[in-house]
Design a binder for this molecule. Structure first.
Ligand code: F6P
Length: 558
C-alpha cells in the first residue's frame, strides 16, 4: 500500500532541494529587510490548544503539502480510527485489548459511557488514591513503628517508572505534601544500595508498580528492598503496613506479602507506557497532592477534547504527526531530537523514547504484513542548554538533518530571571541557527570583517559553514504547570497514535522486548551452572559464551 500518494512523494523530492528559509517568502536580494516585514508564515504555521502554542513555521513544508497530507490521512480513515480508540474498540489487536488511558482523565459521564461497569472501579480507585494521600499527609496511615512517613520509594521500570520520574521532576515546584518521593528502576544493585542508604526504613512507604508483576528487574529490586526493611525493622508486619502495589496481577502481589487492601488495580486497557494517569501515578500524587494530580489529568483531558473536536488543519497532535511523517517518510530523516529547554523536563526525552519508540518502532503492520516504509524515528535528546555542549555540533555541521522539537516555558520557575532569559534566548537561537545555517559566502565575509587574511580565510572558511535547513517546531507554554504538563504528555500520546495508525502498525503491543528477556534467563542459567561449557543447545554465540566465561573467571577470583 502506498504510504504517500505520488503527488506527495514528488513534493517531498522538491522540498529536499529548497531551503526552509525560502518558505518565508524572502526575496533573495533583501533577506534581512523582508525578515523585518516578515510575512505571516509564523502566524499561519502555528496553533494553540490546551494552553500550549506550537510554532511549526520552521518546518520544511508548505500549506499545500500539509493540505495534501491531511486529505491523504482522511483517505486512511483517521477520524474513524480516532473514534474507534476513544469508544473502546480493541485496537490493540495482537493482545485483543482496548486502548483507553484517555478515559482515566475524562469526566464521570464519559467514563460511564466508555467503561460501563468498570467506571465504578475506576472512580473507587481514584478515591482510594486520594484517601491514601490524605491519610498519609494527616498521619492517619502510620508506619509499622507508628511513625509518620517521610519518604516514598516507588519501584518499577518502563511505563511503571518513566511517567512518575518525569512527573516528579517536571512538577518539582508543586511538591506540597512534605513527602520526599524517590523512584528505583534499574536492576543494578548500585542504584538500589545508593537509594537505600539515604532512607530510614521506619518512615519509608514503598509502592511496587508492575502491571504483570513478573518483570525481572522490579521483582529483584522489590525483594532486596523487602529484605532491607525486614532487617531494619525486625517486624514481619512491616510489608503489610508500609507497602502498596499497583498491578493487574493481584494474586502475585498478595503472594509477595501485600495486604489485599493495599493492592490498587491496573487495567488491561491501559498500556504501561500510557499508565501514569492510573494508580501508577500514586507516587506522583503523594508528592504533588490530589489537587495538582487532578489538574495534571485535566490538562490532558483538554488536549483530548482539542484532538477530538478540532479540524485537522488546526489540530495540534494531527499536525505534529503529519509533519513527523513528512520528515520521516517524505524527506527521509531518521531521527527526532526532543530538546526541552527546561531543567524540570530533563527526564522528558527518556519518557518519550519509550512512548514513541516502544509504540511505533515496528516493521510489521497490525495485520502482520511486512511494511515497505520506515516507521518511528530514533528519538533522543536532553535538556537545553546542555545539548549545545554535547550533540549540537553534529546537528549543525554533519550531513545528518535531524528534525527537532524545542520545548520551553515563557516563564521560569526560579527567581533567577536573567538565567531564564538566557535559557529562552538559546532555545530560540538554536532553532534559527538550525534553519538558517551559514553558507561559505557569509562565513568569508565575517572572517574578512574580523581582519583575517585571504589565505587564512581560505583555510578556515570551509570549517565554519553550517548546513542549516534543519526543520524544527517550538512548543511554548506560559509556565510548566500541572495542566500544561498533562496537556503536553497527551499531545505526544495522540501524535504517536496518529502516526502509528498511518504507518498501519499496532502502537500498543511490545513483542520486541521478549527476546532479550528470554536470552537473559538463558545467560543466567549458564552463569549459575556449567551448562554453558558444552552449550547444549548450541544456540549461543562463542562471543557471548566467552563473555560469560570471563564473568565467571572474574567472580571465581573474588
Ligand atoms: O518495556 C517493556 C515493558 O513491558 C513496558 O511496556 C512496561 O511498561 C514495562 O516493561 C514494565 O512492565 P510491568 O509494568 O509489567 O512491570
Amino acid at each position: 500500500m502506498e504510504l504517500f500518494n505520488k503527488t506527495i512523494q514528488q513534493k517531498a523530492k522538491l522540498a529536499k532541494e529548497r531551503s526552509i528559509f525560502s518558505l518565508f517568502d524572502l526575496p533573495a536580494e533583501s533577506a534581512i529587510d523582508s525578515l523585518r516585514s516578515m510575512p505571516n508564515r509564523a502566524d499561519d504555521f502555528s496553533v494553540s490548544a490546551a494552553e500550549l502554542y506550537l510554532d511549526y513555521s520552521k518546518q520544511n513544508i508548505t500549506k499545500a503539502e500539509i493540505a495534501q497530507l491531511i486529505s491523504w490521512a482522511n483517505t486512511q480513515g483517521l477520524a474513524q480510527k480516532m473514534q474507534s480508540m476513544f469508544r473502546g474498540d480493541k485496537i490493540n489487536n495482537t493482545e485483543q485489548r482496548a486502548v483507553l488511558h484517555t478515559a482515566l482523565r475524562a469526566p464521570e459521564q464519559v467514563k460511564k459511557r466508555v467503561l460501563g461497569n468498570e467506571a465504578k472501579q475506576v472512580e473507587a480507585t481514584e478515591q482510594r488514591m486520594a484517601d491514601i494521600v490524605d491519610d498519609i499527609q494527616k498521619g492517619k496511615l502510620l508506619s509499622a513503628t507508628g511513625e509518620k512517613f517521610t519518604d516514598v520509594l516507588a519501584i518499577g521500570i518502563g511505563g511503571s517508572y518513566y511517567g512518575i520520574k518525569v512527573g516528579l521532576s517536571a512538577l518539582q515546584p508543586y511538591h506540597c505534601t512534605g513527602l520526599k518521593v524517590h523512584v528505583i528502576a534499574n536492576v543494578d544493585g548500585g542504584a538500589v544500595t545508593e537509594k537505600l542508604n539515604t532512607l530510614n526504613a521506619a518512615t519509608t512507604l514503598v509502592v511496587i508498580i508492575s502491571k504483570t508483576f513478573t518483570t525481572q528487574e522490579t521483582l529483584l529490586n522489590a525483594k532486596a528492598i523487602k529484605t532491607w526493611m525486614l532487617t531494619q525493622l525486625a517486624d514481619d508486619n512491616a510489608i503489610a503496613k508500609q507497602w502498596f502495589a499497583i498491578s493487574s496481577n493481584v494474586d502475585k502481589a498478595q503472594a509477595f506479602g501485600l495486604e489485599p487492601s493495599h493492592v490498587l488495580p491496573m487495567w488491561d486497557w491501559v498500556g504501561g507506557r500510557f499508565s501514569v494517569w492510573s494508580a501508577v501515578g500514586l507516587p506522583l500524587a503523594l508528592a504533588i497532592g490530589t489537587e495538582h494530580f487532578n489538574a495534571f489529568k485535566a490538562g490532558a483531558y483538554q488536549m483530548d477534547k482539542h484532538f477530538q473536536e478540532s479540524d485537522f488543519s488546526e489540530n495540534m497532535p494531527v499536525l505534529m504527526a503529519l509533519i513527523g511523517l513528512w520528515n520521516r517518510n517524505g524527506l527521509d530523516y531518521a531521527s527526532l531530537a526532543v530538546l526541552p529547554y527546561d531543567h524540570a523536563l530533563r527526564a522528558l526525552p527518556g519518557y518519550l523514547q519509550q512512548t514513541d519508540m516502544e509504540s511505533n518502532g515496528k516493521s510489521v503492520s497490525s495485520e502482520g504484513e511486512k511494511l515497505s516504509w520506515k516507521t518511528a524515528p530514533i528519538v533522543f535528546g536532553q535538556e537545553g542548554t546542555n545539548g549545545q555542549h554535547a550533540f549540537m555540533q553534529l546537528m549543525h555541521q554533519s550531513d545528518e538533518i535531524i528534525p527537532t522539537d524545542f520545548i520551553v516555558a515563557l516563564q521560569g520557575t526560579s527567581l533567577l530571571e536573567e538565567h531564564h532569559k538566557v535559557l529562552v534566548a538559546n532555545c530560540f537561537a538554536q532553532s534559527e541557527a538550525l534553519m538558517q545555517g551559514k553558507n561559505i559566502e557569509q562565513v568569508k565575509a565575517e572572517l574578512l570583517n574580523n581582519g583575517l587574511t585571504e589565505t587564512e580565510i581560505t583555510a578556515l572558511a570551509p570549517h565554519k559553514t553550517m548546513k542549516g535547513n534543519t526543520p524544527s517546531s517550538t512548543l511554548l507554554m506560559q509556565s510548566l504547570t500541572p495542566k500544561c504538563f498533562g496537556a503536553m504528555l497527551a499531545l505526544y500520546e495522540h501524535k504517536i497514535f496518529v502516526q502509528g495508525m498511518l504507518w498501519q502498525v499496532n502502537s500498543y503491543d511490545q513483542w520486541g522486548v521478549e527476546l532479550g528477556k528470554q536470552l537473559s534467563e538463558q545467560v543466567l542459567t549458564y552463569m549459575e551452572g556449567e551448562a554453558y561449557a558444552d552449550n547444549i543447545d548450541k544456540s549461543m554465540s562463542s562471543s557471548s559464551l566467552k563473555l560469560i566465561t570471563l564473568f565467571l573467571d572474574q567472580n571465581k577470583k573474588t
